[in-house]
Design a protein around this ligand. Sequence first.
Ligand code: PMP
Length: 360
Amino acid sequence: MSRVYNFSAGPAVLPEEVLKSAAEEMLDYNGSGMSVMEMSHRGKVFQEIIDTAEADLRELMNIPDNYKVLFLQGGASQQFAMIPMNLMKNKVADYIVTGQWAKKAAAEAAKYGKVNKIASSEDKTFSYIPDCSDLTISEDADYVYICENNTIYGTKFKALPNTKGKILVADVSSCFLSEPVDVSKYGVIYGGVQKNIGPAGVVIVIIREDLITEDVLPGTPTMLMYKTHADENSLYNTPPSYGIYICGKVFKWLKNMGGLEAVKARNENKAKLLYDFLDQSKLFKGTVEPKDRSLMNVPFITGNAELDEKFVKEAKAARLENLKGHRSVGGMRASIYNAMPYEGVEALVAFMKKFEEENL
Ligand code: PMP
């Protein structure tokens, strides 16, 4: 067996400990005589898995009691519709557009009501986060929407927007559990787990209880109502049970690491190594406004598309995989999620140094 350093933006690297433990339990989970993917989601064994996963997540994120945790399906993209269907009582929402995912979410919401784009960074290819400390918030807005970490462009909100009392909804797909958050500042926090937490197929939604109502847009399918899932503790229908089990293992792994403060310190260390190198490099250049840099996704370029392609190819040969930038922007991108070890970033920086010497 020989694993590579995998810099994929998602699905992405998972902790080796988690994968090994899942492999050990594959044929016989905890004396049950079967794999978790073979067991009933209505049985006692699975109930304990999902209950423990939720309790560990609540502890990690310090989730207040008046918030529900939902384990759903449909990808983060399904939330682009579920959010307006469930929250757009006045049929108005404010969107801050800092990348393709926020743009897609805004376009989807526009099918259901009026979407006001109250800020955007599209003028500079989404390379920064606009100042959101004093935006004009629509008086009748049902919520203000952000994508907190922009996977493609490598930007992150370092301060939450001032929503002037309106509900904040945040897509945290690519920064989930990468640092502590104050859940009470949000109405809804959600993300696909396939970047920082587990296998594709699970979406976690953390939602304030008073936002879970039957008063949804007419025609909203049963499966797309938060209430359906909240009332049944994510067991209205068959949940993505194996994925939830792996998420639970990752929550334990994060708790053993010392919780989200410790995780943040580790992530800052890893990101610093790469950003410090980029800042002094004569060949490579980061593409993001330094104050808005993500700890998770680090895009960079040489300024020469052919050289970028050569870099990605040679890096792959050196077992540094998935460094090609998103197809919409080109260049390179290193995603250094929680499970990427420090040694992985060291190996990348060493390779970049060597490449720079050979190609400058
Ligand atoms: N939001 C963000 C921030 C993402 O990075 C992605 C996926 N790359 C999505 C939403 C869409 O996720 P999904 O493929 O699970 O629908």
